[in-house]
Design a protein around this ligand. Structure first.
Ligand SMILES: [Zn+2]
Length: 217
């Protein structure tokens, strides 16, 4: 894929974040790894969503050297790059401070429980919790990978959500689904004690969603 086409794709995915209430003002970011070069396309630092253009997304190598772009890259770039360097299966990362529920779980330092069939299908279990880490270096990336296991998402304590995927679109989809699951869990916890789903039923639901659900060639 040409880099300008990846920039267009990552730009369009950024616009999904405010649309799904996953970001306000300049918060949140999406990146994608280019398959040919391994370079990463990411949001500029402090960029407001309405001012983003495909050609002002920054292109960096896996060590944070700028390949193309006039603007400084996102303050979360080191986290994205740490994940890409340690997970060759990942080519998309998304970070949100979603406006309602998942970030509230981060504030109280709780994983998001797996209480519904939809969440079982998408995630195969709870969204794990990573500990507190300061922004800017590699500490958040280390914390994300320490707890993520087979999950597509991590709640980082006192901060927000990081999601990963084989593509940037898959990472953004996971971010939308995390917030949806967190919101329902939040209401369920207000209503009373949620009914747990047996772990092997969660595994079966996840397997079905991953291998049977949807249109297959
Ligand atoms: Zn953040």
């Amino acid at each position: 894929m040409k880099l300008d086409s990846l920039q267009r794709q990552v730009h369009a995915l950024h616009l999904e974040l405010p649309k799904y209430n996953l970001a306000v003002w300049t918060m949140g970011n999406v990146s994608a790894r280019a398959p040919e070069t391994g370079w990463v396309v990411i949001k500029p630092s402090g960029g407001r969503y309405q001012d983003l253009r495909p050609d002002n997304l920054v292109i960096v190598d896996l060590y944070g050297n700028v390949v193309e772009g006039d603007l400084a890259y996102s303050g979360d770039t080191r986290t994205h790059l740490y994940i890409y360097r340690h997970r060759p299966d990942v080519s998309g990362v998304c970070h949100t401070h979603s406006r309602f529920a998942a970030t509230a779980f981060a504030a109280v330092g709780r994983p998001i429980p797996c209480l519904l069939t939809g969440m079982s299908g998408e995630f195969g279990g709870e969204i794990p919790l990573g500990g507190f880490a300061l922004i800017g270096g590699e500490a958040i990336g280390r914390e994300v990978l320490r707890v993520i296991g087979d999950s597509k998402a991590v709640v980082v304590q006192n901060h927000g959500v990081f999601t990963i995927g084989k593509t940037a679109e898959a990472a953004v989809k996971a971010a939308v689904m995390v917030e949806d699951a967190a919101r329902t869990s939040f209401y369920a916890l207000q209503l009373g004690a949620p009914i747990p789903i047996a772990p092997d039923d969660i595994a079966k639901l996840h397997d079905r969603y991953s291998n049977v659900y949807g249109q297959r060639a």
